[in-house]
Design a protein around this ligand. Structure first.
Ligand code: SF4
Ligand code: MG
Length: 303
């Protein structure tokens, strides 16, 4: 539901639509790439929440899906491979009034950034992490990723993948994430609803999205998911039961579940547990407590 925000002079502003979150650059993704649906859903979700571009920061690492901030009208940071959660944590701690949304892929997030994935979850940083999981490294033209199935043949595994995949859903739950969901990019309405819930959640929210790479992963395309994806909402799943959530998340056969697996509604995020951050508003809005000369020296050393 779109809302309006009061502005100076008590004039209500005009509600934004999904189109208002369209960036100045059009995506260069391959035609049919699942990431188009994810971009569409996030634009819809931000409009539904009544957010404004200046209230949102998108942070990404490296990969096809990590080009996301460039296609979205908001603040954006395109950072280092696997390091987006570390940058996002810093940004959120400096200004916890910002809605910080992290976007990236399975290789970036669960492989190269696996360490940060674990520790951001256990810290329960109030971030929304949207992972476009296509079970392959797409930008580097098709090598196995941490979520590729065993036996999968790619450029890096011509005789078949001999490794087992990571399960992002059970990993996130075990490490302390307080909102864990999965979506399929072919169902934009369901994905939008989960994104909205993830952004509203106060704590670390993972939204893992099956977002097919139609160019390099022909094993897990739209036809694979369309035949198998089922919604947890249709099964009376109890999202406060972590054991039931893990059992559902480990099903990978004729039924593969999407929806909200797990949520801990009353958890305290890192910003709430840190007294320095919680007392006097965002650090970014406070007096620095240094002379301008000293501040310039400190910033100069860091540049
Ligand atoms: Fe999408 Fe794959 Fe093309 Fe990358 S290579 S833009 S992930 S379809
Ligand atoms: Mg990938």
């Amino acid at each position: 539901m779109a809302t309006t925000h009061a502005v100076a002079g008590d004039q209500p502003s005009i509600p934004l639509t999904a189109r208002d979150f369209k960036g100045k650059v059009d995506p260069d993704w391959c035609p049919g790439c699942g990431d188009f649906g994810v971009l569409n859903a996030l634009q819809r979700s931000c409009a539904e929440l009544g957010l404004k571009p200046h209230e949102i920061l998108l942070v990404s690492g490296i990969g096809c899906s990590s080009n996301f901030p460039g296609y979205f009208n908001a603040y954006g940071m395109h950072t280092l491979h696997g390091r987006s959660l570390a940058f996002a944590t810093g940004a959120k701690m400096a200004n916890h009034e910002l809605n910080v949304i992290v976007t990236g892929g399975d290789g970036d997030g669960y492989g190269i950034g696996g360490n940060h994935f674990t520790h951001t979850a256990r810290r329960n940083v109030d971030l929304t992490y949207v992972v476009m999981n296509n079970q392959i490294y797409g930008l580097t033209t098709g090598q196995i990723s941490p979520t590729s199935r065993p036996g999968m043949k790619t450029k890096s595994t011509p005789f078949g993948n001999v490794e087992g995949p990571v399960n992002p859903i059970t990993s996130a739950i075990m490490n302390g994430a307080t909102f864990v969901a999965r979506a399929y990019s072919g169902d934009v309405r369901h994905m939008t609803s989960l994104m909205t819930q993830a952004i509203e959640h106060k704590g670390f929210a993972l939204l893992d999205i099956f977002s097919p790479c139609v160019t390099f992963n022909l094993d897990n395309g739209h036809s694979f998911f369309k035949d198998r994806v089922k919604k947890l909402e249709d099964e009376e799943h109890n999202s406060s039961d972590w054991q039931a959530a893990c059992e559902k998340a480990m099903e990978w056969g004729d039924s593969i579940y999407t929806g909200l697996f797990y949520q801990e509604k009353d958890s305290q995020s890192l910003g709430k547990r840190e007294p320095v951050l919680d007392k006097e508003g965002p650090l970014a809005h406070r007096e620095l407590g240094l002379t301008q000369e000293l501040a310039d020296q400190v910033i100069g050393r860091m540049m």
